[in-house]
Structure formats: structure tokens, C-alpha cells
Write a new protein. Structure first.
Length: 387
């Protein structure tokens, strides 16, 4: 039996007729960019998320980049974020002209730790203009907090927002893996000053290519992102700032509108897969299954366990035709491109330990019961020495 980490073909089989009809309509219209589907998706997504305003862009990475720019990040200013995330989080900070400051994670959730953030602000920073933090060692003023809702689980936003208010920081949620996740009754994308989503095909709400979304309760921030996505102009050929070419095309918007109506059902099915994994893996030596705090709705973009001898187990699963992935093997503070920031191994131990232990198992709405048991059984065999 071959079990992939994700099988989008099973999903497409249930949508093919609707998607093909939408594509025929788009090609017949000749309207491929900034048309009716893009506008409708923005309205529908904003309503679903309770976010106020939504702006479609070309990728989740661009949603982060344009969001940072819209929030007024100035060249050389700091952004506090997690090192245990996909590269785009730190890369967007750098490409927006900022300097990332990495703070360690909570080992249970893999998300930015409020306690670690408090220690960073109180021990490594002083108050500067407007009460915002200034990093003592570098003199860099910090403007934005960028928490990541990793694997589909929201951060502890009450605690993070309280610290942001105390230190006059703007909050940009990296919700690229969390469309539909919620925290204490509010959805990701409505928990900070702004948020970035990715519609990469592997996401719970994924397109047929690249795509992204910026959301905000602030009409002003949304308007800034709308301007930045079309070369910095509100009127054709009149440019108020140097922007980007970052628009969500009509094909992607149409596909996403079809999928949005099914998202809650798919996320519920993923939660059931996670529940069955939890039952099947319970009691296996050294295996730590995902932790879901009270009041959180985890959408399980990834089902990630901690396991001993992770790399050996992954190789064993590969040999049996069972897909698995490591998200992520090298924390951002130890990436070669960020060496100039001065971090060393041991500086952020929980992120480094997670990078050695995490393994993502197959998870998607159409995963069958027999496949779940096959994956869990193979892990049990490996850990019991029956491999």
C-alpha cells in the first residue's frame, strides 16, 4: 500500500465538474485579473473569517511582504517572530527591509512562546520612541510582532496581543497554514492588526497554483495593500509609492470560491483523522501527539508528532511506501542566509529540539481508516524493533 502525505487528486475528483465550468466561463469572458471572482472571493473570505477586509495577492509570501510594508515597517526596523516556521516568514521580513528577531517556541504547540517573548522584551530591550522596544545590543527599534499559527493551530493570541499593546507593537498574523482555525471563538485572520494567508495548493484551502490573501479590520491597511499590489498606485499610471505586481488571478479566485464552501467539512474530516491517529498512536514509546489547548480549533494543516530516532523512522516509512515530511529541519536562526544576525546553535533550544524530532504524517480529508491504521502500525513496528 502506498500512502501519500497528501493526495489532491482525491479532492479534485469531487470538484472536477464545478471547476471545469468555472474555467470555461473565465476563458469565455476574457477577464483574467482583478475580475468578479477575485472581488467575490475577497468579500466571502472576509465574511467567513470575520476579518473586516480582505485583499487577494499573488502568494502567501507576498501577503506577508505587503502586510509588513502597509504596517509602516521602515528599513532597518525590527520584527519579532519565531524561528520554527517556513522560510517565507523570515524572508518576507528581510525583503521588506526589516531585521528579524527570533524568539523561542512553546514545546507543546510549536508556536511562539508568550513567556519567551516577555523575557526577550524585558531582558533584551529598552523602551524607545512611543514606548516601542529597542533592542539593546543592536540599537534596532522594533515595530511589529509576527506570530505564526503553525500547522493549523492558532498562537496564544490573548497573551501575545497583551504584550504587543504593552510595548506598542503592531501584530501581523502569519496565518498561511491556518485558514479556518480559531482561537476562543475568533478565526485566524481576525486576531491581530492584519494577517497573511497562503493559497498554495497543499493548504487546507488551496488553489491550482500560487495565491495569497491579506486581511485586516483596518480599512486603511487594506487600502495600502490594494495599492501596493498594483505597483503602488490607486489610479492607473499614477504611483504614490514603489509597489509590486502581486495580484490574485481569476482562475485561482474561482477555484478557491468553490473550495471555500467545502472548507469546514474538510477541516472537520481532518480533525477526525487526527482523533483516530491519537487513538492509534496512544501508548507508543516516545511518541508525542499534537497538543490542542482549550478554546482552540486546530485544522491540522499538518499532523505533526515528536518521535525518537526521527530520521531513521522516516526512512523506514519511506521504504514501506508511507509518506512523511519534516517541517522544518533547520530553524531560521541557523539558516546560512541569516548567519549575519549572529545567532548560534543553542540560542533557541526548543526550536532546535523540535527540528530534530518532528515528523508530519499523512493527513487529508479523504484519508481512509485503513490507511491511518497502516501508518500507526508501521510506527509501532519500528519503535518495537520489529522493523
Amino acid at each position: 500500500m502506498t500512502i501519500p502525505v497528501l493526495d489532491l487528486r482525491r479532492q479534485y475528483a469531487t470538484l472536477e465538474t464545478e471547476i471545469q465550468e468555472a474555467l470555461r466561463e473565465i476563458f469565455a469572458s476574457g477577464q483574467f485579473i482583478l475580475g468578479k471572482h477575485g472581488k467575490a472571493l475577497e468579500e466571502e473570505a472576509a465574511r467567513y473569517l470575520g476579518a473586516g477586509h480582505a485583499v487577494g495577492v499573488a502568494s502567501g509570501t507576498d501577503a506577508l511582504l505587503l502586510g509588513l510594508r502597509a504596517m509602516g515597517l521602515r528599513p532597518g526596523e525590527g520584527v519579532v517572530t519565531t524561528p520554527f516556521t517556513f522560510f517565507a516568514t523570515g524572508g518576507a521580513v528581510h525583503n521588506a527591509g526589516g531585521r528579524p528577531f527570533f524568539v523561542d517556541i512553546d514545546p507543546r504547540t510549536f508556536n511562539l512562546s508568550p513567556d519567551a517573548l516577555r523575557r526577550f522584551l524585558e531582558e533584551e530591550c529598552r523602551r524607545g520612541e512611543g514606548g516601542r522596544p529597542v533592542h539593546r545590543a543592536t540599537g534596532v527599534p522594533i515595530r511589529i510582532l509576527l506570530p505564526v499559527h503553525l500547522y493549523g493551530l492558532c498562537c496564544e493570541m490573548d497573551a501575545l496581543n497583551a504584550l504587543a499593546r504593552e510595548w506598542n507593537l503592531l501584530v501581523l498574523e502569519d496565518a498561511c497554514q491556518a485558514f479556518g482555525a480559531s482561537y476562543r471563538g475568533r478565526k485566524a485572520g481576525s486576531l491581530g492588526d492584519g494577517a497573511a494567508f497562503s493559497f498554495f495548493p497543499t493548504k487546507n484551502l488551496g488553489g491550482a497554483g500560487d495565491g495569497g490573501l491579506f486581511t485586516s479590520r483596518s480599512e486603511e491597511l487594506a487600502a495600502q495593500v490594494r495599492m501596493l499590489r498594483v505597483h503602488g498606485g490607486r489610479t492607473r499610471y499614477v504611483h504614490e509609492t514603489v509597489g509590486y505586481n502581486s495580484r490574485l488571478d481569476e482562475v485561482q479566485a474561482a477555484v478557491l470560491r468553490i473550495k471555500l464552501g467545502r472548507l469546514d467539512g474538510w477541516n472537520g474530516a481532518r480533525a477526525e483523522v487526527a482523533r483516530r491517529y491519537g487513538e492509534a498512536l496512544r501508548g507508543l514509546p516516545g511518541v508525542t501527539v499534537p497538543f490542542v489547548p482549550e478554546g482552540a480549533v486546530h485544522i491540522f494543516h499538518q499532523y505533526v508528532v515528536r518521535v525518537p530516532r526521527r530520521d531513521e523512522l522516516k526512512a523506514y516509512l519511506d521504504g514501506k511506501g508511507i509518506g512523511s515530511m519534516v517541517y522544518y529541519p533547520i530553524p531560521l536562526h541557523l539558516q546560512e542566509c541569516f548567519r549575519f544576525l549572529g545567532y548560534r546553535e543553542g540560542d533557541l533550544p526548543e526550536s532546535e529540539r523540535a527540528a530534530r524530532e518532528v515528523l508530519a504524517l499523512p493527513v487529508f480529508a479523504e484519508l481512509r481508516e485503513d490507511e491511518i491504521l497502516e501508518v500507526a502500525g508501521a510506527i509501532g513496528d519500528f519503535l518495537a524493533g520489529r522493523a
